[in-house]
Design a protein around this ligand. Structure first.
Ligand code: SF4
Ligand code: SF4
Length: 167
């Protein structure tokens, strides 16, 4: 057993080292467009073993832009490992389930499909149209979910590890 912060500490992720400088939040591209996602605050809550909305953890894009942490807290790893620990403990937010289901079906992630799956029509107001347009132009989002050439292999991996969530 043990708390989340203890489990993270066992594998070298010490959230208590954070001195709340906010560098991670300042560098985070997700935090720039989604004010509910604040890496500094999530690290603090994790260090205090406060209740964390696991949906927030799944908003992290694991882009590692927060690598400049002066205390080597490694927020990207903290969130990624915390997600896995919470899923193992039965905390499976809708976004995680949808994420796994889409990858299992298409072999890759369709961000648009994920957002619509989780938020439905509310998602239309979530992101400023200018941001969506920029992402679309750079090929970061596709209107249609394409099936990856490796979709069958990905599906097989899911079957081997078990279930749509890989457990
Ligand atoms: S890894 Fe996560 S927390 Fe760090 S900058 Fe990227 S989205 Fe933000
Ligand atoms: S950059 Fe590091 S020390 Fe600063 S708030 Fe983020 S996790 Fe804490």
């Amino acid at each position: 057993m043990g708390s989340l912060s203890e489990k993270l500490k066992k594998i070298g992720l010490e959230t208590s080292k954070c001195y709340q400088c906010g560098t991670c939040s300042g560098d985070c591209p997700v935090a720039k467009i989604d004010f509910s996602f604040n890496p500094r605050k999530i690290v603090l809550e994790t260090s205090k073993d406060a209740w964390i909305d696991s949906n927030l953890l799944w908003k992290c894009a694991t882009c590692y832009k927060c690598y400049r942490c002066p205390r080597d807290v490694k927020p990207a790893e903290v969130f990624s490992v915390a997600r896995k620990i919470l899923v193992k403990e039965g905390d499976r937010p809708k976004v995680g389930e949808s994420f796994a289901r889409i990858i299992k079906k298409y072999g890759e992630l369709s961000e648009l499909k994920l957002v619509f799956d989780v938020k439905g029509f509310k998602s239309i107001n979530m992101t400023p149209p200018t941001v969506i347009w920029r992402m679309f132009r750079k090929g970061k989002i596709n209107i249609r979910a394409n099936k990856s050439p490796s979709a069958d292999e990905v599906k097989r991996i899911f079957e081997i590890v078990g279930g749509s969530n890989g457990r």
